[in-house]
Design a protein around this ligand. Structure first.
Ligand code: ZN
Ligand code: ZN
Length: 158
């Protein structure tokens, strides 16, 4: 697996919204739920859970999309790329869509969720699969296990 070099920059399809992460993900995920299928226009969404204090929008103003519910899905207002999600009640991390990063080649999903709704052919290399979501009390163990398995972080320097 390629290393993640920090800080890492990213942005939407048109480049009007740019973002930066300065810490490695707490967890990486693929979600097969039908909501993610619709919003990603694909078989599943990819998320890197970035600690909130290590995530910044550096250019542009993303807007709310999706169902406009308690979990806030952020999109570029011009190109409509689905960029990141702030989940209800979970202020300490941001679920960044991994492909927004300029170089997502380090990314692999460590867990996959909602396999009960997945397209029949869709599979990922995730280590742990869940028919729905992991139980809340499982996350701490998953985060610890992921930290131990993560390929490593480079430093861009300067
Ligand atoms: Zn855009
Ligand atoms: Zn989903």
């Amino acid at each position: 697996m390629k290393n993640l070099t920090l800080p890492a920059e990213g942005g939407c399809r048109c480049g009007r919204v740019r973002l930066r992460i300065s810490a490695p993900p707490l967890l990486t995920m693929a979600c097969h739920c039908t909501g993610c299928q619709l919003m990603s226009a694909s078989a599943y969404s990819l998320s890197a859970a970035i600690p909130s204090e290590a995530f910044a929008v550096t250019q542009g103003e993303p807007v709310i999309g999706g169902l406009h519910g308690a979990s806030r899905h952020f999109f570029c207002r011009y190109c409509m790329s689905w960029m990141f999600t702030r989940s209800e009640g979970l202020d300490w991390f941001v679920n960044l869509r991994a492909t927004m990063l300029d170089d997502p080649s380090w990314f692999t999903p460590f867990i996959e969720t909602w396999t009960s709704e997945k397209l029949p052919w869709a599979s990922t290399p995730a280590v742990h699969s869940y028919e729905a979501l992991p139980a809340m009390e499982e996350y701490e163990k998953l985060i610890t296990e992921f930290a131990g398995s993560f390929g490593g972080v480079g430093n861009a320097g300067g």
